[in-house]
Design a protein around this ligand. Sequence first.
Ligand code: S3P
Length: 170
Amino acid sequence: MKKNIILIGFMGIGKGTTARAYAKKYKCFNIDTDDLIESKTNKRVKEIFEEKGEKYFRKLEQDCANWIEGSVDKTFISCGGGFYNVKNLKKLGTVVLLDASYDWIYNRLSTAENSKSKLKKRPLFSEPKKAKKLYKEREEAYKKIADVIINVEDKDIKNIIREIHKLSYI
Ligand code: S3P
């Protein structure tokens, strides 16, 4: 079993922030699946959606998962919100879900300092109504695939990373 932490959850819940804080505190490597895809294609996620469509992006996510399976261990991996759907997710490491209500996530995103850019770079968040529908569609699937669920509502980042670290998988 690989010793990666695979951090999943809905867009805007704070996966990237959590991964960076964890890596800084516990001195491990961290990578992000959207960043890997952007560096491989030399395009932003938003551009990939616009130019090639969502289906193509999902294929890139699967390629990324295959590369992680073959090449990455002992790393904290934050994932795009749809990455939970890759076929080999459970082979990549311990799957940790960050969980919160849709309203909490929306509030976090819309009150962030750089809220405009945070919303703009996420094509599936361009219409809040659609995003809420997507949240509802995914809610159960996220919970079903997770090994561990961490509720992050009103929790300090220090406590969140400590909770993850208690798992001691890296
Ligand atoms: C997506 C989430 C995004 C990004 C892409 C699709 C999704 O990542 O991968 O826009 O399907 O939920 P974040 O969860 O980091 O926003």
